[in-house]
Design a protein. Structure first.
Length: 303
């Protein structure tokens, strides 16, 4: 895929302020897998892939699919793994998937936390105790304030996520709180302190937070605004910022529909790079406006 329309903006004859840069794949260090598909028990107003209880655009991945990918990833010397959705704990094979991945390397799990009961937390702790590799959990929330959180995530989302957080903390995990920035960037410091305090109050042993920028795609684009024409990257944007800092220089995202360049662009046909990991070992043109958000925020989806 990766077809670009219009003039060839990567040609050296075009000035760097208009040339579309290509990100090289320096090494495939990280494999993302969308094991939850686009199905989610929440319908957050800013979800950039519009996940929800009725979104079957991407199917969940089966344990067999995950195992095949792990074999491919092992042959390509992938170092770590991340899984996401949708909501991964809706996948009926999730615990088998976690075990299979943790046999191969460290694993990060993105979840909204609302389905993590005491039993599930204990099962996770049991899996961790049997694995030589580290299991990291990231729980997404919007606010330490219940009403503000539920305005974006829906009724009961706060209560259930806090329960999930506390259930994980009770068995020794320190989930990383993931928050999409809904305030001015200058306020990051004070906001971070308030979130850390919130985690301490909920008995999380090592409070940590990750603040993510909002991508103007999916439901966020519907509810706020989409990208403007000028919000694009050119080669000039990378004169003082190494393009290899972008996560797409060292990772790929596997879904039930094939392998995409990154977790952000799974609804974009032009970001589908191939059927197998091997087919995606090549540069990718940063022609999408979402790449602008990655550049200005220096964003990496990993912790
Ligand atoms: S942001 Fe996360 S929790 Fe919210 S609808 Fe999307 S996938 Fe679900
Ligand atoms: S959206 Fe970000 S991670 Fe995805 S291809 Fe663009 S720069 Fe890379």
């Amino acid at each position: 895929m990766n077809t670009m329309t219009g003039p060839n903006l990567s040609s050296p004859a075009v000035p760097s302020a208009t040339r579309i840069p290509e990100v090289p794949l320096v090494s495939l260090d990280t494999l993302w897998m969308q094991v939850g598909g686009t199905l989610c028990n929440l319908s957050c107003t800013h979800c950039f892939i519009s996940c929800g209880p009725k979104n079957h655009n991407h199917a969940m991945m089966s344990l067999a699919e995950v195992r095949r990918l792990l074999d491919d990833a092992g042959a390509l010397a992938v170092k770590d793994y991340w899984i996401t959705g949708g909501e991964v704990f809706l996948n009926p094979q999730i615990f088998g998937i976690l075990e299979a991945i943790l046999e191969r390397g460290p694993l990060g799990v993105l979840t909204n936390g609302t389905l993590i009961t005491p039993d599930k937390a204990r099962a996770l702790a049991d899996i961790q105790s049997r694995s030589p590799h580290r299991l990291t959990l990231r729980i997404s929330m919007e606010s330490f304030d219940e009403e503000a959180n539920n305005r974006i995530r829906g009724a009961q989302a706060y209560r259930k996520a806090v329960e999930g957080l506390r259930n994980l903390a009770a068995v020794g995990f320190s989930p990383i709180l993931t928050v999409t920035r809904s305030w001015e960037e200058e306020e990051d410091g004070p906001m971070e302190n308030r979130f850390l305090e919130f985690l301490r109050q909920n008995d999380v042993p090592e409070p940590r937070i990750k603040i993510l920028p909002g991508f103007l795609l999916g439901r966020l684009a519907e509810n706020e605004r989409g990208y403007m024409e000028e919000e694009r990257v050119t080669e000039k944007c990378f004169e003082n910022f190494p393009i290899t800092n972008l996560q797409c220089a060292s990772s790929r995202m596997a879904t039930s529909k094939g392998v995409f360049v990154c977790p952000i662009l799974v609804d974009e046909d032009r970001a589908r790079m191939g059927e197998t990991l091997k087919e995606t070992l090549r540069p990718f043109p940063l022609a999408h406006s979402a790449c602008y958000t990655c550049r200005v925020s220096g964003m990496s989806c990993k912790s």
